[in-house]
Design a protein around this ligand. Structure first.
Ligand code: IVH
Length: 673
């Protein structure tokens, strides 16, 4: 499959997955902004490459299981989503298209209201009495949650006012007030129960709770935003008239709505709401703009999953003022010390924020932050909470300067300060309990000394029992170690012990990486392994030698030396050296980096044709392991084209650009020298 198609399908699968999380599991792990960005790149892909329909119809192969406890109901009319954008230009374009479609340049009348960040629900009434309530589901079929919906006090079970159609379908959003969300989380915190991350998730969970009493306690809210009549004599000409009617029948409708005739007016409303949304006691994520005339709505119609007569103009994350009530210093896996500010809990864009990373000392100085300060917090990229600024005008004399510790807050080892104090870390590695467990997981991760079958949960259990304390203990595991571990029987034990034996063969780069030395990642580990060739050489390394290794600067060199200097670490490495079979990358094999391979380093290669002596994969590996780069198109930046049988057009292009061309044989001869 062509590379761009692969990329395209990858984005598409990602979107499908997020849709599944959002619509089926009522959960979301990315922000609207990120989601929209994905959709946008998918769109541009389609445009750029004119991807064929058959690919676009790449079926929902992913998880389409039904985990439902509530019976399913098919919607009377599908529950759709909305076209959306986050800039006024997006709306301008939308209007242009609609006007073109209508072949008219006249102003359109819009009904604008708020886009509630809850979950959509459809209520069906027969002769003014609630017949059933259904969740959105996949838009066509949803879950019957009538019993739970009846506990929501603002949803009328019997409609007020007599003049109701025989069948009425009301659509709206169920949501939770911010204050109820915060209160519930506070109660959960006190009861040591899990926290909900945002009001939307909690509302979704509560609506589908098996116990309607719980739903009632959650104090859910409802707002109606549209309706359909069936077998009715009512025929209203405008959306706003419908909304007034809904209000008359007893439905809560959005308090803030307006009729706009121009883009300018729409934008004014958008700005006004955006500037005030932190003050609302519920979460919204934009405004919804609907063409007011029902006749025009009908004419404009629908496309795929959305009506063309409505548009959602979304907001970016906003900032909220809160107070810093505590500072803690946390120690990460590599020992790095990160200051964290604990704040009075607030919600930003639907997510509860309790703490904000302060990164390092420099950042605190830049912010001029003190404990007790009032701060403005926003969610960067709509995700990570960050302090935008300190409100110095609100500072009280009682604030306290943030003082960094000199000793590790967990194991009390003296901390190391580098990069002008902007990086501080605890060098105690496996002997610091803040790092210990995480380091063991890192050691046995796929990129390290991987032990298949020994997953995170099991490692955690063994760690808790004190059976695993440092990496050497992995190789001391025996039948007895697993005796009292739940769900580990004799067959599994045998399998794990077998795989431990196999994992003893490890390459030097993986071994170095698995030690989790501060600042030493995968690339540096590979470079160290290439440079030193053996563990002994690496252990003997002096500062001067380390600095010769690509990618190793002052800080990395010092961090390595400090790690290797520690007696406890030396003991672990020595023990591991006796247990493991550590080889430099493919040592004694064909792939080992030899002098004769140096010509490959940092050069760009393109391959074309069928390779008969070596496979394409093998040639790729040789090039990559010797520091070369694989490219797919011929350009001036390419140094070598390697051709096999039946090579393609690349040959001509390479000739034109005077690029060196090697046959498969020539390539092999060159590396075997
Ligand atoms: S109008 C699509 N108005 O947003 C049919 N929808 O992201 C017309 N939503 O599925 C919908 N507030 O559940 C409309 N004021 C509002 C809304 C609103 C929230 C939801 C709705 C829709 C989703 C699309």
């Amino acid at each position: 499959m062509k590379l761009f198609l692969k990329k395209f399908l990858k984005i598409k699968l990602k979107i499908q997955y997020y849709d599944y999380l959002y619509y089926t599991l009522n959960s979301s792990i990315i922000s609207d902004y990120q989601y929209d960005k994905l959709c946008f790149s998918l769109k541009s892909f389609k445009k750029k490459y004119k991807i064929k329909k058959s690919y676009l119809e790449y079926k929902n192969s992913l998880i389409k299981k039904n985990f439902s406890y509530f019976p399913e109901i098919t919607h009377k009319t599908p529950m759709l989503s909305l076209f959306s954008g986050s800039q006024i230009e997006d709306f301008e374009q939308y209007e242009k298209k609609i006007k073109k479609f209508l072949n008219s340049s006249q102003n359109l009348e819009y009904f604008c209201d708020l886009k509630f960040d809850g979950l959509a629900i459809s209520l069906v009434y027969e002769k003014g009495i609630l017949l059933y309530a259904v969740t959105r589901g996949d838009g066509l079929v949803g879950e019957n949650v009538t019993v739970n919906v009846m506990t929501i006090s603002t949803i009328p079970i019997v409609l007020l006012n007599k003049n109701v159609p025989k069948f009425l379908e009301v659509r709206g959003e169920v949501y939770m007030k911010k204050k109820d969300f915060l209160l519930l989380n506070k109660q959960n915190y006190l009861k040591d129960k899990k926290n909900f991350s945002n009001p939307r998730n909690i509302a979704a969970g509560s609506l589908r709770h098996r116990d309607p009493e719980i739903t009632r306690q959650r104090n859910l809210q409802f707002v109606a935003y549209s309706c359909n009549f069936f077998e009715s004599i009512l025929n209203l000409e405008n959306h706003d008239k419908n909304m007034f009617l809904l209000k008359k029948w007893g439905f809560p409708i959005c308090k803030y709505f307006t009729i706009c005739n121009t883009i300018k007016e729409v934008y004014k409303f958008y700005e006004k709401i955006n500037n005030n949304r932190a003050k609302l006691n519920y979460e919204i994520d934009g405004i919804v703009i609907k063409i007011n005339s029902k006749a025009l709505q009908k004419k404009i119609g629908f496309v795929n999953k959305a009506p063309k007569w409505a548009f959602a103009l979304k907001f970016f994350s906003y900032s909220v003022i809160t107070k810093v009530i505590g500072i803690k210093f946390s120690i990460g896996r590599t020992g790095i010390l990160t200051p964290v500010a604990f704040v009075k809990p607030i919600i930003i864009s639907g997510v509860l924020i309790r703490k904000v990373s302060l990164y390092n000392k420099k950042k605190i100085e830049q912010l001029n932050l003190c404990l007790g300060d009032y701060v403005k917090i926003y969610r960067a990229g709509d995700v990570i909470p960050k302090i935008e600024k300190v409100l110095l005008e609100k500072r009280l004399i009682t604030v306290q300067k943030i003082i960094f510790p000199n000793f590790c807050p967990v194991c009390k080892t003296k901390l190391i300060f580098i990069k002008k104090d902007s990086l501080i870390y605890c060098p105690a590695s496996f002997f610091c309990s803040a790092q210990n467990e995480k380091r063991l997981l890192h050691f046995s991760s796929k990129q390290g000394v991987y032990i298949p079958g020994l997953g995170i949960t099991l490692i955690k259990k063994l760690f808790l029992k004190g059976i695993l304390k440092n990496p050497v203990d992995f190789f001391k595991l025996n039948k007895k170690s697993f005796l009292n571990i739940s769900r580990i029987g004799s067959i599994l034990t045998k399998k794990i012990l077998n795989s431990i034996q196999k994992s003893k063969k490890v390459t030097l780069n993986k071994f170095i990486y698995s030690l989790g030395i501060f600042l030493v990642g995968k690339v540096v580990s590979q470079n160290l392994s290439d440079f030193f060739g053996s563990l002994n050489n690496f252990l003997k390394a002096k500062y001067k030698n380390l600095r010769q290794v690509e990618g190793v600067g002052k800080n990395i060199a010092n961090s390595i030396l400090l790690f290797l200097k520690l007696k406890e670490n030396q003991k672990i490495i020595l023990d591991l050296q006796n247990i493991l079979f550590i080889s430099s990358f493919f040592a004694n094999s064909f792939y080992v980096k030899k002098f004769s391979m140096m010509w490959i380093y940092d050069k760009n290669f393109v391959l074309s044709g069928k390779f008969l002596i070596f496979s394409k994969k093998k040639i790729f590996k040789i090039i990559k392991n010797n520091g070369g780069n694989i490219k797919y198109d011929i350009s001036k930046k390419i140094n070598f084209l390697i051709i096999g049988e039946k090579y393609g057009n690349k040959f001509k292009k390479a000739k034109l650009l005077k690029i060196k061309i090697l046959s498969e044989k020539q390539f092999i001869q060159k590396i075997k020298k």
